[in-house]
Design a protein around this ligand. Structure first.
Ligand code: SF4
Ligand code: SF4
Length: 448
Protein backbone atom coordinates (compact mmCIF):
# COMPACT_ATOMS: atom_id res chain seq x y z
CA UNK A 1 0.00 0.00 0.00
CA UNK A 2 1.20 3.50 -0.77
CA UNK A 3 2.42 5.46 2.21
CA UNK A 4 0.53 8.47 0.94
CA UNK A 5 -2.82 6.71 1.17
CA UNK A 6 -4.56 6.87 4.50
CA UNK A 7 -6.59 3.93 5.74
CA UNK A 8 -10.03 4.78 7.08
CA UNK A 9 -9.66 6.01 10.63
CA UNK A 10 -5.92 6.51 10.33
CA UNK A 11 -3.88 9.55 9.52
CA UNK A 12 -2.02 10.72 6.50
CA UNK A 13 1.70 10.02 6.35
CA UNK A 14 2.37 13.72 5.78
CA UNK A 15 0.69 14.55 9.12
CA UNK A 16 3.36 12.59 10.96
CA UNK A 17 5.65 14.93 12.92
CA UNK A 18 9.27 14.98 11.69
CA UNK A 19 10.46 13.37 14.91
CA UNK A 20 8.72 11.30 17.53
CA UNK A 21 9.63 8.72 20.09
CA UNK A 22 8.53 5.12 20.57
CA UNK A 23 9.28 2.87 23.50
CA UNK A 24 9.56 -0.54 21.91
CA UNK A 25 8.92 -3.55 24.14
CA UNK A 26 10.37 -6.61 22.44
CA UNK A 27 9.37 -8.88 25.36
CA UNK A 28 6.22 -6.97 26.21
CA UNK A 29 5.59 -6.86 29.93
CA UNK A 30 7.76 -9.88 30.73
CA UNK A 31 10.32 -9.18 33.43
CA UNK A 32 12.50 -11.22 35.79
CA UNK A 33 11.61 -8.88 38.65
CA UNK A 34 8.34 -8.14 40.37
CA UNK A 35 8.66 -4.52 41.51
CA UNK A 36 5.56 -3.90 43.53
CA UNK A 37 4.68 -0.56 41.95
CA UNK A 38 5.37 -1.50 38.31
CA UNK A 39 2.61 -0.18 36.05
CA UNK A 40 3.55 -2.45 33.18
CA UNK A 41 3.56 -6.01 34.52
CA UNK A 42 -0.24 -6.13 34.34
CA UNK A 43 -0.11 -5.50 30.56
CA UNK A 44 0.67 -9.21 30.18
CA UNK A 45 -3.10 -9.70 30.55
CA UNK A 46 -3.65 -7.92 27.21
CA UNK A 47 -1.99 -10.75 25.29
CA UNK A 48 -3.15 -14.11 26.72
CA UNK A 49 -1.26 -17.07 25.24
CA UNK A 50 1.47 -14.92 23.65
CA UNK A 51 5.14 -15.96 23.73
CA UNK A 52 6.02 -12.31 24.27
CA UNK A 53 8.95 -12.28 21.87
CA UNK A 54 9.23 -9.85 19.00
CA UNK A 55 9.78 -11.86 15.80
CA UNK A 56 12.71 -10.95 13.52
CA UNK A 57 10.49 -10.04 10.55
CA UNK A 58 8.49 -7.71 12.80
CA UNK A 59 11.71 -6.19 14.11
CA UNK A 60 12.80 -5.53 10.54
CA UNK A 61 9.45 -3.95 9.62
CA UNK A 62 9.62 -1.76 12.71
CA UNK A 63 13.17 -0.57 12.11
CA UNK A 64 12.46 0.21 8.46
CA UNK A 65 9.23 2.08 9.23
CA UNK A 66 10.67 3.96 12.20
CA UNK A 67 13.64 5.21 10.16
CA UNK A 68 11.47 6.05 7.14
CA UNK A 69 9.01 7.98 9.29
CA UNK A 70 11.71 10.25 10.74
CA UNK A 71 12.61 13.36 8.78
CA UNK A 72 15.61 14.16 10.97
CA UNK A 73 19.30 13.37 10.66
CA UNK A 74 19.31 11.56 14.01
CA UNK A 75 17.06 8.65 14.84
CA UNK A 76 17.04 7.13 18.32
CA UNK A 77 15.55 3.75 19.12
CA UNK A 78 14.36 3.12 22.70
CA UNK A 79 14.12 -0.41 24.04
CA UNK A 80 12.11 -1.00 27.16
CA UNK A 81 9.89 -3.51 28.87
CA UNK A 82 9.28 -5.45 30.93
CA UNK A 83 12.95 -6.27 30.79
CA UNK A 84 14.27 -5.95 27.23
CA UNK A 85 17.51 -7.87 27.93
CA UNK A 86 15.38 -11.02 28.31
CA UNK A 87 15.45 -11.08 24.48
CA UNK A 88 19.15 -11.99 24.61
CA UNK A 89 22.08 -10.17 22.92
CA UNK A 90 21.48 -11.77 19.47
CA UNK A 91 18.22 -9.83 19.11
CA UNK A 92 19.98 -6.52 19.61
CA UNK A 93 22.87 -7.47 17.30
CA UNK A 94 20.25 -8.10 14.61
CA UNK A 95 18.57 -4.78 15.46
CA UNK A 96 21.85 -2.90 14.99
CA UNK A 97 22.47 -4.70 11.66
CA UNK A 98 18.99 -3.81 10.42
CA UNK A 99 19.40 -0.20 11.54
CA UNK A 100 22.52 0.00 9.35
CA UNK A 101 20.67 -1.64 6.47
CA UNK A 102 17.90 0.98 6.50
CA UNK A 103 19.93 3.99 7.69
CA UNK A 104 19.79 6.92 5.28
CA UNK A 105 23.23 8.09 4.12
CA UNK A 106 24.63 10.56 6.64
CA UNK A 107 21.97 9.77 9.26
CA UNK A 108 22.96 8.91 12.82
CA UNK A 109 21.27 6.03 14.59
CA UNK A 110 21.27 5.80 18.38
CA UNK A 111 19.94 3.26 20.86
CA UNK A 112 18.79 3.65 24.45
CA UNK A 113 17.84 0.68 26.61
CA UNK A 114 16.18 0.74 30.00
CA UNK A 115 17.07 -2.20 32.24
CA UNK A 116 16.76 -3.26 35.85
CA UNK A 117 20.47 -4.11 35.60
CA UNK A 118 20.22 -7.59 37.13
CA UNK A 119 20.82 -9.53 33.91
CA UNK A 120 23.89 -7.64 32.67
CA UNK A 121 27.02 -9.59 31.79
CA UNK A 122 30.36 -8.85 30.13
CA UNK A 123 28.81 -9.91 26.82
CA UNK A 124 25.97 -7.40 27.18
CA UNK A 125 28.31 -4.60 28.14
CA UNK A 126 30.67 -5.33 25.22
CA UNK A 127 27.69 -5.10 22.87
CA UNK A 128 26.51 -1.83 24.46
CA UNK A 129 29.98 -0.32 24.31
CA UNK A 130 30.63 -1.44 20.72
CA UNK A 131 27.37 0.09 19.49
CA UNK A 132 27.24 3.10 21.83
CA UNK A 133 24.01 2.17 23.57
CA UNK A 134 22.95 4.62 26.28
CA UNK A 135 21.76 2.48 29.19
CA UNK A 136 19.18 3.52 31.75
CA UNK A 137 19.51 1.69 35.08
CA UNK A 138 16.59 1.55 37.48
CA UNK A 139 17.74 2.01 41.05
CA UNK A 140 15.76 3.57 43.88
CA UNK A 141 18.53 4.56 46.29
CA UNK A 142 20.72 2.81 48.84
CA UNK A 143 20.00 -0.81 49.76
CA UNK A 144 17.12 -0.45 52.23
CA UNK A 145 15.29 2.14 50.12
CA UNK A 146 15.87 0.29 46.85
CA UNK A 147 14.76 -3.07 48.22
CA UNK A 148 11.56 -1.64 49.65
CA UNK A 149 9.63 -2.41 46.45
CA UNK A 150 12.19 -3.61 43.87
CA UNK A 151 12.10 -7.34 44.47
CA UNK A 152 12.32 -10.41 42.24
CA UNK A 153 9.64 -12.99 41.48
CA UNK A 154 10.43 -14.73 44.76
CA UNK A 155 10.11 -11.49 46.71
CA UNK A 156 13.90 -11.38 47.24
CA UNK A 157 15.83 -8.09 47.32
CA UNK A 158 17.66 -7.04 44.16
CA UNK A 159 20.08 -4.31 45.28
CA UNK A 160 23.27 -6.40 45.08
CA UNK A 161 22.45 -7.64 41.58
CA UNK A 162 21.77 -4.10 40.35
CA UNK A 163 25.05 -2.85 41.78
CA UNK A 164 26.88 -5.73 40.06
CA UNK A 165 25.25 -4.55 36.81
CA UNK A 166 26.37 -0.97 37.44
CA UNK A 167 29.93 -2.14 38.09
CA UNK A 168 29.94 -4.05 34.81
CA UNK A 169 28.75 -0.96 32.94
CA UNK A 170 31.53 1.07 34.54
CA UNK A 171 34.14 -1.61 33.83
CA UNK A 172 33.23 -1.55 30.13
CA UNK A 173 32.84 2.23 30.08
CA UNK A 174 29.25 2.02 28.89
CA UNK A 175 27.40 5.32 29.10
CA UNK A 176 24.52 5.09 31.57
CA UNK A 177 22.03 7.21 33.44
CA UNK A 178 19.92 6.28 36.43
CA UNK A 179 16.17 6.28 36.73
CA UNK A 180 14.94 6.54 40.28
CA UNK A 181 11.28 6.23 41.06
CA UNK A 182 10.00 8.20 44.03
CA UNK A 183 7.49 6.42 46.19
CA UNK A 184 6.31 6.08 49.78
CA UNK A 185 9.45 4.11 50.64
CA UNK A 186 12.18 6.53 49.55
CA UNK A 187 10.62 9.98 49.03
CA UNK A 188 11.24 10.96 52.65
CA UNK A 189 15.02 10.57 52.17
CA UNK A 190 15.98 13.09 49.47
CA UNK A 191 19.61 13.70 50.37
CA UNK A 192 20.29 10.08 51.18
CA UNK A 193 18.98 9.07 47.75
CA UNK A 194 20.68 11.87 45.82
CA UNK A 195 24.08 11.53 47.53
CA UNK A 196 24.00 7.77 47.04
CA UNK A 197 23.34 8.16 43.32
CA UNK A 198 25.96 10.87 42.96
CA UNK A 199 28.70 9.49 45.19
CA UNK A 200 28.24 5.71 45.25
CA UNK A 201 26.72 4.96 41.86
CA UNK A 202 28.73 7.83 40.31
CA UNK A 203 25.70 8.76 38.21
CA UNK A 204 26.04 11.94 36.19
CA UNK A 205 22.54 11.83 34.65
CA UNK A 206 19.61 11.25 36.98
CA UNK A 207 15.88 11.01 36.32
CA UNK A 208 13.36 11.08 39.14
CA UNK A 209 9.98 9.57 38.30
CA UNK A 210 7.09 9.95 40.76
CA UNK A 211 5.05 6.81 41.40
CA UNK A 212 1.36 7.65 41.17
CA UNK A 213 -0.15 4.20 41.02
CA UNK A 214 -3.88 3.75 40.55
CA UNK A 215 -5.56 1.32 42.89
CA UNK A 216 -7.65 -0.86 40.55
CA UNK A 217 -7.69 -4.36 39.08
CA UNK A 218 -7.43 -3.40 35.41
CA UNK A 219 -4.00 -1.76 35.43
CA UNK A 220 -5.53 0.99 33.26
CA UNK A 221 -5.68 4.70 34.03
CA UNK A 222 -9.05 4.40 35.74
CA UNK A 223 -10.40 5.60 39.07
CA UNK A 224 -9.12 8.31 41.35
CA UNK A 225 -7.67 6.29 44.21
CA UNK A 226 -3.93 5.68 44.43
CA UNK A 227 -2.10 2.93 46.28
CA UNK A 228 -0.21 3.43 49.54
CA UNK A 229 3.04 2.94 47.61
CA UNK A 230 2.45 6.17 45.71
CA UNK A 231 4.43 9.28 46.61
CA UNK A 232 2.30 12.09 48.04
CA UNK A 233 2.33 15.50 46.38
CA UNK A 234 3.89 17.07 49.45
CA UNK A 235 6.61 14.40 49.67
CA UNK A 236 7.36 14.89 45.97
CA UNK A 237 7.70 18.65 46.31
CA UNK A 238 9.81 18.40 49.46
CA UNK A 239 12.05 15.80 47.83
CA UNK A 240 12.68 17.91 44.74
CA UNK A 241 13.32 21.09 46.77
CA UNK A 242 15.84 19.36 49.05
CA UNK A 243 17.72 17.77 46.15
CA UNK A 244 17.65 21.02 44.20
CA UNK A 245 19.17 22.96 47.11
CA UNK A 246 22.05 20.49 47.34
CA UNK A 247 22.52 20.45 43.57
CA UNK A 248 22.43 24.20 43.07
CA UNK A 249 24.98 24.70 45.86
CA UNK A 250 27.62 22.35 44.45
CA UNK A 251 26.72 20.18 41.45
CA UNK A 252 25.52 22.42 38.59
CA UNK A 253 27.33 21.45 35.38
CA UNK A 254 28.61 18.25 36.99
CA UNK A 255 25.45 16.27 37.72
CA UNK A 256 22.47 16.50 35.36
CA UNK A 257 19.05 16.01 36.91
CA UNK A 258 16.53 15.78 34.11
CA UNK A 259 13.82 17.74 35.90
CA UNK A 260 16.19 20.62 36.68
CA UNK A 261 17.35 20.79 33.05
CA UNK A 262 13.74 20.75 31.90
CA UNK A 263 12.90 23.57 34.32
CA UNK A 264 15.84 25.66 33.12
CA UNK A 265 14.57 25.28 29.55
CA UNK A 266 11.22 26.68 30.71
CA UNK A 267 12.92 29.62 32.45
CA UNK A 268 14.82 30.53 29.28
CA UNK A 269 11.61 30.28 27.25
CA UNK A 270 12.46 27.08 25.42
CA UNK A 271 10.40 23.93 25.11
CA UNK A 272 10.97 21.58 28.03
CA UNK A 273 11.64 18.53 25.86
CA UNK A 274 9.88 16.22 28.33
CA UNK A 275 6.31 15.32 27.48
CA UNK A 276 5.07 15.67 31.06
CA UNK A 277 5.78 19.42 31.03
CA UNK A 278 4.98 20.17 27.37
CA UNK A 279 1.72 22.05 26.73
CA UNK A 280 0.62 19.16 24.51
CA UNK A 281 1.88 15.61 24.14
CA UNK A 282 1.37 12.79 21.67
CA UNK A 283 4.86 12.23 20.27
CA UNK A 284 5.95 9.65 22.86
CA UNK A 285 4.28 6.38 21.91
CA UNK A 286 4.75 2.74 22.82
CA UNK A 287 4.91 -0.42 20.75
CA UNK A 288 4.22 -3.90 22.10
CA UNK A 289 6.11 -7.08 21.15
CA UNK A 290 3.57 -7.95 18.43
CA UNK A 291 3.65 -4.55 16.67
CA UNK A 292 0.62 -3.00 18.38
CA UNK A 293 1.17 0.74 18.75
CA UNK A 294 -0.35 2.76 21.60
CA UNK A 295 -0.65 6.50 22.19
CA UNK A 296 1.70 6.49 25.16
CA UNK A 297 3.63 4.07 27.35
CA UNK A 298 1.25 4.94 30.20
CA UNK A 299 -1.82 4.25 28.08
CA UNK A 300 -1.15 0.73 26.83
CA UNK A 301 -4.81 -0.18 26.97
CA UNK A 302 -7.38 -1.07 24.29
CA UNK A 303 -8.94 2.42 24.06
CA UNK A 304 -5.57 3.91 23.13
CA UNK A 305 -4.42 1.30 20.62
CA UNK A 306 -3.71 2.97 17.29
CA UNK A 307 -3.19 -0.18 15.23
CA UNK A 308 -0.47 -2.66 14.32
CA UNK A 309 2.53 -1.89 12.14
CA UNK A 310 1.82 -4.96 10.01
CA UNK A 311 -1.57 -3.43 9.04
CA UNK A 312 -1.05 0.32 9.17
CA UNK A 313 2.17 2.17 8.37
CA UNK A 314 3.73 3.63 11.49
CA UNK A 315 3.79 7.20 10.18
CA UNK A 316 0.03 7.06 9.57
CA UNK A 317 -0.62 5.99 13.14
CA UNK A 318 1.68 8.67 14.56
CA UNK A 319 0.06 11.29 12.30
CA UNK A 320 -3.49 10.04 12.89
CA UNK A 321 -6.30 12.27 14.08
CA UNK A 322 -6.75 9.99 17.08
CA UNK A 323 -3.16 10.56 18.14
CA UNK A 324 -3.38 14.29 17.45
CA UNK A 325 -6.46 14.52 19.66
CA UNK A 326 -4.70 12.49 22.37
CA UNK A 327 -1.88 15.06 22.41
CA UNK A 328 -4.16 18.11 22.25
CA UNK A 329 -6.43 16.91 25.03
CA UNK A 330 -3.54 17.56 27.41
CA UNK A 331 -3.97 21.32 26.99
CA UNK A 332 -7.69 21.28 26.15
CA UNK A 333 -8.54 19.65 29.47
CA UNK A 334 -6.42 21.97 31.61
CA UNK A 335 -8.55 23.32 34.49
CA UNK A 336 -8.79 27.08 35.11
CA UNK A 337 -6.73 26.64 38.27
CA UNK A 338 -3.80 25.61 36.05
CA UNK A 339 -4.48 28.15 33.31
CA UNK A 340 -4.15 30.91 35.92
CA UNK A 341 -1.24 29.37 37.81
CA UNK A 342 1.99 31.37 38.12
CA UNK A 343 4.15 28.34 37.24
CA UNK A 344 2.06 27.04 34.40
CA UNK A 345 4.83 28.00 31.94
CA UNK A 346 7.01 25.29 33.54
CA UNK A 347 4.40 22.77 34.66
CA UNK A 348 1.59 22.86 32.09
CA UNK A 349 -0.54 20.78 34.41
CA UNK A 350 1.74 17.73 34.34
CA UNK A 351 0.86 14.38 32.84
CA UNK A 352 -2.84 13.73 32.12
CA UNK A 353 -2.59 10.29 33.71
CA UNK A 354 -2.10 12.00 37.07
CA UNK A 355 -4.95 14.51 36.74
CA UNK A 356 -7.29 12.78 39.13
CA UNK A 357 -8.17 15.33 41.79
CA UNK A 358 -10.44 18.36 41.89
CA UNK A 359 -9.28 21.97 42.01
CA UNK A 360 -10.08 24.01 45.16
CA UNK A 361 -13.14 25.39 43.33
CA UNK A 362 -14.38 21.91 42.40
CA UNK A 363 -13.29 21.57 38.77
CA UNK A 364 -12.12 18.11 37.77
CA UNK A 365 -8.74 17.31 36.29
CA UNK A 366 -6.13 18.79 38.61
CA UNK A 367 -2.88 16.93 38.85
CA UNK A 368 -2.49 14.72 41.92
CA UNK A 369 1.07 16.11 42.24
CA UNK A 370 0.00 19.77 41.94
CA UNK A 371 0.95 20.79 45.47
CA UNK A 372 4.44 19.38 44.95
CA UNK A 373 4.89 20.91 41.51
CA UNK A 374 3.78 24.32 42.70
CA UNK A 375 6.04 24.29 45.72
CA UNK A 376 9.03 23.10 43.68
CA UNK A 377 8.66 25.49 40.75
CA UNK A 378 8.21 28.46 43.10
CA UNK A 379 11.12 27.32 45.25
CA UNK A 380 13.57 27.28 42.32
CA UNK A 381 12.43 30.56 40.77
CA UNK A 382 15.32 32.73 41.93
CA UNK A 383 18.23 30.37 41.12
CA UNK A 384 16.54 29.54 37.80
CA UNK A 385 16.37 33.25 36.94
CA UNK A 386 20.07 33.58 37.75
CA UNK A 387 20.96 30.57 35.59
CA UNK A 388 18.74 31.76 32.75
CA UNK A 389 20.48 35.16 32.85
CA UNK A 390 23.88 33.46 32.65
CA UNK A 391 22.75 31.39 29.68
CA UNK A 392 21.38 34.43 27.86
CA UNK A 393 24.68 36.21 28.41
CA UNK A 394 26.50 33.25 26.88
CA UNK A 395 27.99 32.17 30.21
CA UNK A 396 27.79 28.89 32.10
CA UNK A 397 24.71 28.39 34.31
CA UNK A 398 27.13 26.83 36.82
CA UNK A 399 28.10 30.40 37.78
CA UNK A 400 24.93 30.36 39.87
CA UNK A 401 26.82 28.42 42.54
CA UNK A 402 29.31 31.30 42.98
CA UNK A 403 26.55 33.94 42.86
CA UNK A 404 24.52 32.22 45.56
CA UNK A 405 27.61 31.76 47.72
CA UNK A 406 28.45 35.45 47.44
CA UNK A 407 24.87 36.47 48.25
CA UNK A 408 24.84 34.26 51.26
CA UNK A 409 28.14 35.65 52.46
CA UNK A 410 26.86 39.23 52.05
CA UNK A 411 23.75 38.30 54.03
CA UNK A 412 25.84 36.74 56.74
CA UNK A 413 27.84 39.95 57.09
CA UNK A 414 24.66 42.05 57.30
CA UNK A 415 23.01 39.79 59.84
CA UNK A 416 26.19 39.58 61.89
CA UNK A 417 25.94 43.24 62.85
CA UNK A 418 22.17 43.25 63.41
CA UNK A 419 21.14 43.62 67.07
CA UNK A 420 18.34 41.42 68.45
CA UNK A 421 15.99 44.39 68.75
CA UNK A 422 16.96 45.97 65.39
CA UNK A 423 14.62 45.74 62.44
CA UNK A 424 15.60 42.62 60.49
CA UNK A 425 17.79 43.45 57.45
CA UNK A 426 15.74 41.03 55.34
CA UNK A 427 13.04 43.68 54.88
CA UNK A 428 10.26 41.83 56.73
CA UNK A 429 9.76 44.82 59.07
CA UNK A 430 9.98 42.51 62.10
CA UNK A 431 12.48 42.75 64.89
CA UNK A 432 15.53 40.61 64.09
CA UNK A 433 14.90 38.33 67.09
CA UNK A 434 11.30 37.73 65.90
CA UNK A 435 12.16 37.20 62.23
CA UNK A 436 12.99 33.76 60.88
CA UNK A 437 16.54 34.93 60.10
CA UNK A 438 17.12 35.74 63.76
CA UNK A 439 16.31 32.13 64.58
CA UNK A 440 18.59 30.61 61.92
CA UNK A 441 22.17 29.49 62.04
CA UNK A 442 24.28 31.75 59.78
CA UNK A 443 25.06 28.75 57.50
CA UNK A 444 21.34 28.45 56.70
CA UNK A 445 20.84 32.04 55.51
CA UNK A 446 19.26 32.20 52.05
CA UNK A 447 18.26 35.40 50.25
CA UNK A 448 14.69 36.45 51.19
S1 SF4 B 1 0.15 11.07 28.65
FE1 SF4 B 1 1.78 11.76 30.06
S2 SF4 B 1 3.49 10.31 29.73
FE2 SF4 B 1 2.05 10.08 28.01
S3 SF4 B 1 2.87 11.40 26.39
FE3 SF4 B 1 1.33 12.61 27.55
S4 SF4 B 1 2.47 13.68 29.15
FE4 SF4 B 1 3.80 12.04 28.34
S1 SF4 C 1 1.45 23.72 39.68
FE1 SF4 C 1 -0.59 22.84 39.88
S2 SF4 C 1 -1.97 24.53 39.29
FE2 SF4 C 1 0.08 25.04 38.53
S3 SF4 C 1 0.08 24.28 36.42
FE3 SF4 C 1 0.97 22.70 37.74
S4 SF4 C 1 -0.72 21.33 38.26
FE4 SF4 C 1 -1.61 23.24 37.49
Amino acid sequence: MSLTTALPGTGHASDCPPAFHIMAKPRGAICNLDCEYCYFLSKEMLYPGSRFRMASDLLEAYIRQYIEAHRTSEVTFSWQGGEPTLMGPAFFRLAVELQQKYRRPGAQIGNTLQTNGTTLTDEWCELFREHNFLIGISIDGPRALHDRYRVDKGGKPTFDRVITGVELLRKHRVEFNVLTTLHAGNAGHPLEVYRFLRDEVDARFIQFIPIVERANDTGFQEGDVVTGRSVTARQYGDFLCAVFDEWVARDVGRVFVQLFDVALAAWVGERPGLCVFEPTCGTALAMEHNGDVYSCDHYVEPAHRLGNITDVPLNQMVGSEKQRQFGLSKSDSLPRHCRECEVRFACNGGCPKDRIIDTPDGEQGLNYLCEGYRRFFNHIDRPMKLMAAELRAGRAPANVMYQLRMEREALRQTFKVAGRNDTCPCGSGRKFKKCRYGKMQPADYRPP
